[in-house]
Design a protein around this ligand. Structure first.
Ligand SMILES: Nc1nc2c(c(=O)[nH]1)N[C@H]1C(S)=C(S)[C@@H](COP(=O)(O)O)O[C@H]1N2
Ligand SMILES: [Mo]
Length: 220
């Protein structure tokens, strides 16, 4: 990502970059999600922490658009009404943040990524996805991870509109990876033939981020 529109660095953002260099929170354990619901080095929380780069963009549902572009046969440009006119999925999943908190049983509603892929028809060469957000944040995923059966573009949580600080109007949710992959304040989705590491992935975080493999930082 270029420096031109880089978001400001908050204290937490700088600490997180240092923790990545130091390998903080690493237990060296590996677990299997089928056998162990809580990944290694995580602890449960009942509240829902807010993490961002120090920016928290306010976008009204009426102004929000989703732009899907790149290596796809059908580029999409949906407003919120068009987005919610798509098939709706209700998915309950756990959150695992790289800073070690996990939160069970989050009820999401929105568009399954599998349905989005049906609509945009990625080219056969498309193998990676980059999410672009309104705060300048980006994150990258392999197409198979983005396409996971329980991944969705969520507009609601616990039956109510997704709160602004948690990424409303619409955020990505990819439950099987650390939560930094779940982009808040989603603006556009880019399909690519080649990988393009995002905000945290170029600042020391792992390119994939599987919590059960404890893929917190690059080089793990
Ligand atoms: N647009 C955007 N998405 C983002 C982030 C961010 O700073 N900006 N932070 C990521 C990180 S590091 C985490 S842990 C989660 C936090 O989501 P929450 O605030 O809803 O708990 O959002 C992820 N998605
Ligand atoms: Mo995070």
């Amino acid at each position: 990502m270029t420096d031109d529109n880089e978001p400001p660095k908050s204290k937490l953002t700088l600490s997180k970059q240092r923790w990545a260099r130091e390998g903080k929170f690493l237990t060296g354990q590996v677990a299997r999600p089928q056998e162990q619901r809580l990944p290694p080095g995580q602890h449960l929380t009942r509240d829902w922490p807010v993490l961002d780069l120090g920016l928290s963009p306010q976008i009204a549902r009426e102004r929000w658009r989703l732009d899907v572009y790149g290596a796809v046969a059908n580029p999409l440009f949906w407003d919120f009404a068009q987005f919610t006119a798509q098939p709706q999925a209700d998915i309950t999943s756990d959150i695992h943040c790289v800073t070690t908190w996990s939160r069970y049983d989050n009820q999401w509603q929105g568009l399954a990524t599998s349905e989005l892929l049906e609509a945009c028809q990625p080219h056969p060469e498309a193998r990676f996805v980059v999410l672009h957000s309104h705060d300048g944040y980006t994150t990258n995923l392999a197409l198979e991870d983005f396409a996971a059966a329980d991944a969705l573009l969520a507009h609601s949580w616990s039956g109510a509109p997704l709160a602004q600080e948690h990424g409303g109007p619409v955020r990505l949710v990819v439950p099987h990876l650390y939560f930094w992959k779940s982009a808040k304040w989603l603006q556009s989705i880019e399909f690519l033939d080649a990988d393009a590491p995002g905000y945290w992935e170029v600042r020391g975080y792992h390119n994939r981020g599987d919590p059960w493999q404890e893929q917190r930082y690059s080089g793990d």
